[in-house]
Design a protein. Structure first.
Length: 302
């Protein structure tokens, strides 16, 4: 099946390669010439412009977008839309906000073009292990694109599925990533507590390996924790600074709008915010208040 891939970064490039291995004809475009050249080296068809992607695809076309969320998606849709026809499909496989996906689906529908939002998980391991794919949009369009999903997923009948109308795919992925925040925070706090228990001299890598088999807390994230500790037991050189890519914030906002309590996810998101502050003002305020009401000493900065 023909597939256009716009965005050949690390994940988009790996997805294109997996599709090529699965026998699909993949036309690839990226603003970086070296990424297009690498795609061609792997057997893909290069495109020097976004318009050239559409021109090289058999109809009805399917163009998969792997670009950063927000304005880059809108700019890509604007660039492609004049070169698409009724019955063609745009697939957004990035981490877009689900409300934006609903709006984009309505906008392209005026041209008779379909829009499918696909929450995509798998990261740098997806090329080897396959991708988890959560598809939203018209059911019949998703079913028509099933050969693509079957190739990208861990197996033809697992790891992917139609989850609902436009926006549903990115909504489910948003919640997926927020759950990830909570799980990562729980592992991080548990390992920190064991690291503090100095008298036991615990080997955290060994503990992680024990937990990987038979334990109720075993998971792929734990596998990765064991790998990280094996490579760098003390995590030397890694700053205690954790970014967030937006999905956690969107999830907390959605929970507030629905009056749905998600305290673990909310706390995990706030913990990431705190990690970026070298000298949190709130903690300095606590010290100042103790000094004010009780005359307690404060520790002075250098």
């Amino acid at each position: 099946m023909d597939v256009g891939m716009v965005g050949l970064g690390r994940m988009g490039g790996n997805m294109a390669e997996r599709l090529l291995r699965g026998g699909h004809r993949v036309v690839g475009y990226d603003p970086r010439a070296e990424a297009v050249a690498e795609h061609a080296r792997k057997g893909g068809l290069p495109a020097q412009t976004q318009a050239a992607v559409a021109e090289q695809l058999a109809t009805p076309r399917a163009v998969w977008l792997m670009v950063p969320s927000g304005r880059p998606v809108d700019e890509t849709v604007d660039a492609l839309l004049p070169h698409l026809a009724a019955g063609d499909t745009l697939v957004d496989g990035g981490n877009s906000y689900y409300k934006d996906s609903i709006a984009r689906a309505r906008r392209v529908a005026d041209r008779g073009v379909h829009f499918v939002d696909v929450g995509t998980s798998g990261g740098i391991w997806g090329l080897r292990e396959g991708y988890s794919l959560m598809a939203g949009g018209p059911r019949d369009v998703v079913e028509r694109l099933a050969p693509i999903f079957r190739t990208l997923a861990p197996g033809p009948d697992r790891g992917w599925g139609y989850v609902g109308p436009s926006g549903a795919g990115h909504y489910v992925k948003m919640v997926h990533n927020a759950i990830e925040y909570g799980m990562m925070e729980a592992y991080a706090e548990g390992f920190e507590l064991m690291q503090h228990k100095a008298e036991f001299r615990l080997d955290l890598r060994q503990v992680a390996e024990i937990w990987r088999y038979g334990s109720v807390v075993r998971s792929w994230l734990l596998d990765l924790a064991a790998r990280a500790l094996a490579e760098n037991p003390a995590l030397d050189g890694i700053a205690a600074y954790v970014e967030d890519s937006g999905e956690g914030r969107w999830t907390v906002i959605d929970a507030i709008e629905q009056a749905c309590a998600i305290p673990v996810i909310t706390a995990a998101l706030e913990r990431r915010f705190r990690s970026r502050e070298a000298e949190p003002f709130a903690d300095r305020m606590l010290a100042a208040l103790r000094q004010q009401f009780g005359g307690h000493a404060v520790k002075r900065t250098a």
